[in-house]
Write a protein that binds this ligand. Sequence first.
Ligand SMILES: *[C@@H]1O[C@H](CO)[C@@H](O)[C@H](O)[C@H]1NC(C)=O
Ligand SMILES: *[C@@H]1O[C@H](CO)[C@@H](O)[C@H](O)[C@H]1NC(C)=O
Ligand SMILES: *[C@@H]1O[C@H](CO)[C@@H](O)[C@H](O)[C@H]1NC(C)=O
Ligand SMILES: *[C@@H]1O[C@H](CO)[C@@H](O)[C@H](O)[C@H]1NC(C)=O
Ligand SMILES: *[C@@H]1O[C@H](CO)[C@@H](O)[C@H](O)[C@H]1NC(C)=O
Length: 333
Amino acid sequence: MRGELCIGGASVLSLISLVLLIFMHVGQINTSTVPRGISMVNVNTSGYGQGLNVALGDPIAGLYASNGSAPLRDQQGIRELYKYGLYSYCGYVNGTGICSNTSAANRFTPLTDLVADMAANYSGVTTALIDQGTFTDSSYLGNFTNGAYYLIIIGSVCTALALFTGLLKHTVLFFLSTLFAVLGSLTLLIGAIIWTVVIKKAESINDFVVGHPGQPTTPLGITVSTGSGIYLLWAAWAALIVSILPYMISRGTMFKSISRSAALATGILGLAVAVSALPKVTRTGRYLYSEDGTRFLIKGIAYQEQGVVTSDPNSPFSEPTTFIDPLADPTAL
Ligand SMILES: *[C@@H]1O[C@H](CO)[C@@H](O)[C@H](O)[C@H]1NC(C)=O
Ligand SMILES: *[C@@H]1O[C@H](CO)[C@@H](O)[C@H](O)[C@H]1NC(C)=O
Ligand SMILES: *[C@@H]1O[C@H](CO)[C@@H](O)[C@H](O)[C@H]1NC(C)=O
Ligand SMILES: *[C@@H]1O[C@H](CO)[C@@H](O)[C@H](O)[C@H]1NC(C)=O
Ligand SMILES: *[C@@H]1O[C@H](CO)[C@@H](O)[C@H](O)[C@H]1NC(C)=O
């Protein structure tokens, strides 16, 4: 009964994990012109016009696109908000926008995309102005987020397989289900870590300021923030990893092996302590001596007939030097 309860709990948790992952994926596939709810990372450039104005000292005209439906990466002007997903990225002006036509393994390359949207007279200024921080390293950000995409896809497929194989009441399939859950949680974990680290590094742009010496500085006006897709991904991973625990507990394998190793370690430690507490015994000739020079004796009873007895100051019990083995004596019967 307890085992069944555990298996049921594991299925419910992997179902929760799968539903969260489906939400995350489907929410990002949306290609409508209104801002989609779910993204991995958002880049808000609404303050950049002002930042550039302070940096250049010139009025900034024609930096932003006036038409949200204008194609991306076509020098048509930057968008106020960019949302990056696993499948594509979208740019929005005043609540309407357009998405890139990549369909999978989208790369998070914010500065490259931003510069490609600018009129030629602003792109040179921008690359000269924003010259430090991970935000500028499009190949680093792009390669890592591209790799994380495949890990998240593998993790999602494994989660689905873990759920469906776990529903079937079969021992081998049940083992397979746990294997898929372990594999899925591992790949989702690595994918989520990569995305989280990449976003944290890109967020260094939020502290970037512009200004002239001796004058108060102004923020650059570009801010990177974590999208809701990251939280869904972490939640899905958490549900999946918790779904494995009931299996481990119901089988007790983990706890049994832990308690066994603990007992073994305690035994070895106890033995080591006992051995180190024993006095040192050395041999001289036929006899054993303790460290203080007295004879070390193990008393016992010999069932063999004694042979020659010689007197020796080292032999206070008059031990014989030889014994007669009656079993080796053919005439003894
Ligand atoms: C972008 O940032 C500005 C302030 O820097 C804020 O007023 C605006 O609401 C943000 N836009 C979005 C879509 O978050
Ligand atoms: C840059 O070019 C746009 C049009 O392409 C123009 O509206 C704007 O005034 C120019 N800005 C500067 C600083 O030259
Ligand atoms: C916006 O751009 C799209 C595509 O380039 C075009 O079809 C549409 O007419 C433009 N809208 C306005 C108001 O310029
Ligand atoms: C992507 O969309 C642009 C317009 O935004 C278009 O010119 C281009 O041909 C499209 N590329 C592909 C591979 O569909
Ligand atoms: C955005 O929309 C508001 C009103 O809806 C309008 O006043 C403003 O000019 C628009 N901005 C752009 C850049 O189109």
